[in-house]
Structure formats: structure tokens, C-alpha cells
Design a protein around this ligand. Structure first.
Ligand code: NAD
Length: 473
């Protein structure tokens, strides 16, 4: 286990960070603490000059400019050389274009989600499938096939996607151990997918409950969140997306397949911010979360698929079930009522959080012990003690960025990799000191618990874990 002071790896190149919002500001102290770097070797490129004093606190050079499709090559060419690290923590900048550029230059790369250029998420000339994370991932996978070997480019490595992909492997091992099931000998895709199949895991929720709050309640015409409001807005207005498991009996009436690519996931013809699902976390108990699209809902079911005789024999249903902080729930409610027109004011709460916890983990269901949640319970007080410029939500992300960055420096020729392809033990060893209580818990809760008595609901009583039962609206 690493501690929270030690240098984890030395890096001779320069880190060029794109974007300096909640995640960029939160990761900077961790970079200074854990990466052996020359003082002049951090450069931040961010269009908003506001956070420059935080960059100065950590001796980082600050370039107050934004990347666009027209200027990004010229702008990056001023700072990025072979052997450097391009750390993309921005919104509205194309991940695929930056991955290509880093590959060309010979620089390492990491991002926390696959972003398109500004506006694509809400471009109504595009179909829901074209606006999906599924399509963005397919574009990235095609880029990987085209570019082949090259410098490490770790894509989608924050908390979720990122940490949670690794939590799934630990949860599978825990369930196997507790059921007396043999553990796989290897650590490859086939080993993990067979283990999930043999344990009977049919559904995986990324189950998150954020209870952080500010003393100042949400005002009318204001959007509050504990991380990027622009990022949450964009993904909330993408179609709801989920990995579609082989145990599911019927596609939802508003569900559709993409008709191209890996086919591990479907989308719903409605925004994730208007789609709710039932889930469970240890502290909160049963909750309703939003089915916001995320890359892990697509990469995990793809990774955990078993094929037999060229056919898909097993795949779990996988989706996010996100209960954001209470003020964000109210903000989403107001936003939906306004026909998805963003409120005039946005408030990202970091320093002003007075209490609360981010409980973020994975709920694996359908096996002989019913359901098992494994993840991080991090309070705001713990987060503040561990690192400046973070709240509980951002710290779960920023430590995963740090861990992914260390992994890329240690594996510099890995090419383009998704979280499933990293060494989960190395990532968790680096991350755990920053995650508060990391724990697992079984539950006998199912989406049928407490239902079917007060109202005549259309439930599938034979299989509690049908998506039909999980879905609220
Ligand atoms: P934020 O909104 O707080 O900050 C985004 C930053 O990008 C801002 O500093 C903004 O000025 C900058 N930016 C905007 N346009 C730019 C441009 N054209 N060129 C350069 N910079 C530009 O967002 P955040 O909370 O810091 O999140 C950053 C990214 O990380 C987002 O893509 C978000 O979706 C993602 N994220 C991932 C996870 C995860 O767990 N995987 C969690 C949180 C955030």
C-alpha cells in the first residue's frame, strides 16, 4: 500500500494539462506530491484565467487559451514534445483528436471520458445513436485499430469510468471466495468474463449516492453540482445507455440497438437525466438513481462477454444508477421543466460543502448471495484531510487520474487502453489511501423489494433483476 506522501514515479518529461476545472484543480496537488517532476514541468492550458492563482500555488505555468478544432495542433505544438504527457481534463475538446496528436508526437495520454468537440452532445442534426457514448467509443476503438502500437494512451480513467471498472474485478473475486468458487488462474478477459458467468452475475449497477451539501440551498434558476456542471449537463442530455445482458427477456419499448460495432449496449430514446432506475448502496439503502450514460456501461459488458461457437453466450446488463447530491437532483428537476435549457447560474460546490459523503461502488447481482456492493465511502472531512482543492467526489476521480498516469509512465508503450486492460491491483494500491472506507457489503434487497402491494405494478416476479423491474421511468 502506498502512502499519501511518497513519490510514486519519476517523470523526466513535461505534463501538459488541458482544462483546469474541478478535476484539474484537484489533481494538481497530487501530481506535485507523487510524481517526481522538475518544477517547470507542468503546463496548464485552460481558456478561463480565473483559476490561475491555484496553478501558481503549485508552480505550474498557465496558458489562458482554449483548444478548438482549428487551433489545437498549433497550440499543443508549442508545449508538447516526444516523451511528454498530455493530460486531458477538459470538456468540449475531442479526445480522439488529442489521442491522435499525442500518438503522432510520441507523448503519453490520459483522459477521464471520451469527449467530442463543443456542441456535438446536443446537436439535434445527429441521431441519438450518433450522440451516444457507444458511438464515441467505437470511434476511439477504430482509431486504436488504425494507429496500432504506440505510446500509452489511457482512455476514460477517472472514478467512473475508471476506478469502478477495477472494483468489478475485486467484487468478482470477493463473491467467488465467499461462495467457495475457484478463482481464475489468469487475469485476462476470458478469465474475468467466465468468472462473472459462472457466478451467475446478471446485472451490474454503478451505484452512487452523493450526500454532500452546502449551507446555501439551491436558488431558483441555479444548477448546483459537486463536479462539472457542463459535463453533467452534456452526458445527462445524451440518450440513456446500458450494456444489454443475455438474461434480459425483452428490449424496452423505447430501446434500440446501434446496428454497428461491438453491440454490447443499447440506448433508450430519452435522455439519461429523465430516466431513473432502482439501486442500492450500503449507507443509503434502496435509492432511485439516474441512468446517465457512461463509458463503463459499454466497455464493461463488452469485456465481460463470453462467446461460444461464435455467438454471444453470456453478458451482464451494466448501467449507472446515479443519485447526485440533493441540490443536483433539484437542479435536474428544474432543468427538465425548462425544456433542458440550462439555468442562468451554475454553482460547483467544493470549498463550501459542509458535510456529506460520496458513496461510489458497483453492485453485482444475480449470484447465490443475491447482490454485493463494493466501493468507496469517502466523506468530505476525510477528503479535506487527504488533499487540498478537492471534495469527496473529485478526490475519487483525481486519485484515479493519478493512478492511471503512474501506470502509463510505468507502461509507456501500451498503446490505447481502456481501464479493463490496466493492472487493477496497481491502480487500487495507489488509489486506496485516498478513498476513505473501501468496503464490500451483501444485501437481500432486489428491485422488487417493497413493491406490488400498494399499487398494481407490472412486475416480472420470476426474475427480480430484469431491467424492466429495475427501471422507474
Ligand atoms: P469542469 O467543468 O469543472 O472543468 C472543465 C474545464 O475544461 C474547465 O476548466 C474549462 O475551462 C475547460 N475547457 C472548456 N473548454 C475548453 C477548451 N476548448 N480548451 C481547453 N479547456 C477547456 O469539469 P471537471 O469536473 O473538471 O471535469 C473534467 C472532465 O472530466 C469532463 O470531461 C468530465 O466529464 C470528466 N469527469 C470524469 C469523471 C470520471 O469519473 N470519469 C468524473 C468527473 C469528471
Amino acid at each position: 500500500m502506498t502512502d499519501t506522501t511518497r513519490t510514486l514515479v519519476n517523470f523526466n518529461g513535461r505534463i501538459v494539462m488541458i482544462g483546469f476545472g474541478s478535476i484539474g484543480q484537484g489533481v494538481l496537488p497530487l501530481l506535485r506530491r507523487h510524481i517526481g517532476l522538475a518544477p517547470e514541468n507542468i503546463v496548464i492550458i485552460n481558456p478561463d484565467p480565473g483559476p490561475e492563482p491555484i496553478a501558481a500555488e503549485y508552480d505550474a505555468a498557465y496558458i489562458a487559451e482554449g483548444l478548438t478544432i482549428d487551433n489545437y495542433r498549433e497550440l499543443l505544438s508549442r508545449y508538447l514534445r516526444a516523451g511528454d504527457f498530455l493530460l486531458n481534463l477538459s470538456v468540449d475538446v475531442s479526445s480522439v483528436d488529442l489521442v491522435r496528436y499525442a500518438h503522432e508526437v510520441g507523448a503519453l495520454y490520459l483522459d477521464t471520458c471520451i469527449e467530442p468537440w463543443l456542441g456535438s452532445y446536443v446537436d439535434d442534426n445527429l441521431t441519438p445513436s450518433q450522440r451516444s457514448n457507444y458511438a464515441l467509443r467505437e470511434e476511439m476503438l477504430a482509431t486504436r485499430r488504425e494507429l496500432g502500437d504506440g505510446p500509452a494512451a489511457v482512455i476514460t480513467h477517472g472514478a467512473n469510468p475508471g476506478l469502478v471498472n477495477h472494483f468489478v474485478k475485486v467484487a468478482l473475486q470477493d463473491i467467488a471466495r465467499d461462495l467457495g468458487h475457484p478463482l481464475p488462474e489468469g487475469q485476462g478477459q476470458k478469465d474475468w468474463s467466465r468468472l462473472a458467468r459462472d457466478l451467475g452475475v446478471c446485472t451490474i449497477h454503478i451505484a452512487e449516492r452523493d450526500t454532500q451539501r452546502s449551507r446555501t440551498p439551491k436558488d431558483v434558476d441555479e444548477f448546483i453540482n459537486t463536479w462539472s456542471i457542463d459535463g453533467f449537463y452534456s452526458e445527462g442530455l445524451q440518450p440513456a445507455e446500458l450494456g444489454w445482458g443475455t438474461h434480459e427477456k425483452a428490449l424496452p419499448a423505447d430501446g434500440a440497438r446501434h446496428g454497428f460495432g461491438a453491440d454490447a449496449a443499447i440506448y433508450l430514446e430519452r435522455p439519461g437525466a429523465a430516466t431513473q432506475v432502482r439501486t442500492w448502496t450500503p449507507q443509503a439503502g434502496p435509492i432511485h438513481g439516474f441512468l446517465i450514460t457512461h463509458n463503463e456501461s459499454i466497455s464493461l459488458p463488452d469485456y465481460l462477454t463470453c462467446h461460444e461457437h461464435g455467438q454471444v453466450a453470456y453478458r451482464p446488463t451494466v448501467h449507472y444508477a446515479y443519485h447526485p447530491c440533493d441540490s443536483a437532483v433539484l437542479s435536474l428537476h428544474e432543468l427538465a421543466g425548462r425544456g433542458w435549457e440550462m439555468q442562468s447560474r451554475k454553482r460547483l460546490i467544493v470549498e463550501e460543502v459542509i458535510d456529506g459523503m460520496d458513496e461510489l461502488g458497483v453492485l453485482l447481482a444475480g449470484h447465490d448471495r443475491n447482490a454485493y456492493w463494493y466501493g468507496s465511502q469517502l466523506t468530505i472531512e476525510e477528503a479535506r484531510q487527504l488533499a487540498p482543492h478537492n471534495n469527496a467526489t473529485s478526490l475519487q476521480v483525481t486519485v484515479a487520474v493519478l493512478a492511471g498516469l503512474v501506470w502509463a509512465i510505468e507502461n509507456p508503450a501500451a498503446g490505447i487502453v481502456e481501464p479493463e486492460e490496466l493492472d487493477h491491483e496497481r491502480i487500487l494500491e495507489i488509489s486506496e489511501p485516498y478513498l476513505g472506507r473501501v468496503t464490500g457489503a451483501y444485501t437481500d434487497w432486489t428491485p422488487l423489494t417493497g413493491r406490488g402491494t400498494l399499487f398494481r405494478e407490472d412486475l416480472d416476479l420470476d426474475d427480480p433483476w430484469q431491467f424492466h423491474n429495475v427501471r422507474v421511468v
